[in-house]
Design a protein around this ligand. Structure first.
Ligand code: ATP
Ligand code: MG
Length: 391
């Protein structure tokens, strides 16, 4: 019996005249994601992408598709001839063995090929009757079935599957259809989640990390690389820019009031990230800030750090509690890496009593003793670019 994978997509369908652009992007992303997994044949028709592959690669392909943005569901289906007898016998052999005794089921049919002689209600009745007669121990329940069996009669063939073969996709929009943004990626929990959330909307991301060698170790750098790699499983390639930050931090520590250290540091980060963003054609920055989480994330502090850049700063976790962010981090697979105990550049130079209600003019005045432009120029000149690919 021949099996095929049906990929359904959601929001793209609402795109009107632009829909083919989104469909092509999704197909390209699927092809990229599967290139090291299996040889595939892919087709698109009637708002469904059809993927054929070797039987022993089916599971691996479905697993990989689970991480591709823009997909609403991934279903293994049995393909059969478009006549009711073939559909019935395909349904019986496909479902016997998988539907356990005592399971209740319902058949729903859809006939997009209107030339097919039976309408959808009739198809469902015929197939439901055949399953009931031939697979022992099942019950029909049209209101609240354990398993929903679907029959789709389409242009190319008929397909039979059940909710047992169907998995939810990630949803979102295909990567690359939403422009590009630059993520300030620390080794913490919040910024990888933020990158994921914006990437899910189809935005291609690259990442900037501020690195304070020798105050932070190579292991801290490896951790950031690993976080970017986990994100790249969803987005494909990510360019990671490692910015040498030690000189800037030492200058701030030596010349500015220590309680302003974090904020001034954050202002440097935003400025440098914006330079990287412009160079890489990004239209926005992304951070993992959440109101009130730490002193540098009060509204007054956010205003002070935001002031130095003109690009929009996307903060997708801004209104989330820590445990809500942690739940997403666990779900997307970044949590275990984020909690590895290596120091981050911010924690190395954190004042005990940071300002929580900073005034912009006060911070600007503290900062004025520094040659901001020169420090930025030096840091940018020392940037290391690392290209990161999914495993
Ligand atoms: P995270 O969990 O993302 O580290 P956080 O709660 O520790 O966030 P902060 O350390 O105040 O928050 O940093 C706020 C945001 O600034 C981070 O979410 C991240 O976007 C950015 N950021 C902080 N440190 C760095 C760094 N070393 N490199 C790149 N970005 C950073
Ligand atoms: Mg942090």
């Amino acid at each position: 019996m021949k099996e095929i994978i049906l990929v359904k997509y959601g929001e793209i369908i609402l795109k009107g005249g632009n829909r083919p652009v989104f469909e092509r992007a999704l197909m390209k992303n699927i092809k990229n994601a599967l290139q090291n997994i299996a040889d595939i044949k892919m087709d698109i028709a009637q708002a469904t992408i059809y993927i054929e592959t070797e039987p022993d690669r089916m599971d691996a392909v479905c697993d990989r598709l689970e991480k591709v943005f823009g997909i609403v569901s991934v279903t293994r289906a049995c393909v059969c001839e478009k006549d009711i007898e073939s559909i019935k016998s395909a349904a019986i052999s496909y479902l016997s063995g998988v539907m356990e005794k005592g399971t209740s089921f319902k058949v729903e049919a859809k006939r997009s090929d209107k030339k097919f002689p039976l309408d959808s209600i009739k198809i469902a009745q015929e197939v439901g009757g055949a399953i009931d007669d031939n697979i022992e121990g099942l019950e029909v329940d049209v209101h609240n079935p354990d398993v929903l069996v679907r029959v789709e009669v389409r242009d190319a063939a008929a397909y039979v599957y059940s909710t047992l073969n169907k998995r939810a996709g990630r949803c979102g929009m295909p990567t690359g259809t939403g422009g590009k943004a630059t993520l300030l990626l620390s080794g913490g929990i919040d910024s990888p989640v933020s990158g994921y959330m914006i990437a899910k909307r189809g935005v291609e991301i690259n990442a900037v990390n501020f690195f304070s060698y020798p105050y932070t170790s190579d292991r801290a750098k490896e951790k950031v690389i690993e976080l970017a790699r986990i994100l790249s499983e969803y987005t494909s390639k990510i360019n990671l820019f490692i910015v040498p930050f030690t000189d800037i931090q030492l200058k701030i520590r030596d010349k500015c009031p220590f309680e302003h250290m974090t904020l001034i540091m954050r202002r440097f980060m935003m400025r440098i990230a914006e330079i990287v963003a412009k160079k890489t054609s990004s239209a926005a920055l992304i951070t993992g800030e959440s109101v009130g989480q730490v002193a540098s994330q009060t509204l007054a502090a956010l205003n002070v750090t935001n002031y130095v850049c003109s690009m929009p700063v996307l903060r997708p976790v801004i209104g989330m509690d820590k445990n809500e962010i942690v739940n997403i981090a666990r779900e997307i697979g970044t949590f275990e890496t984020s909690i590895l105990p290596y120091e981050d550049c911010c924690t190395v130079f954190t004042p005990k009593h940071p300002t929580t209600n900073p005034k912009l003019d006060v911070i600007e005045k503290s900062e004025r003793v520094l040659d901001v432009d020169e420090l930025i120029k030096e840091a940018v000149a020392g940037i290391e670019k690392i290209e990161i690919y999914p495993e």
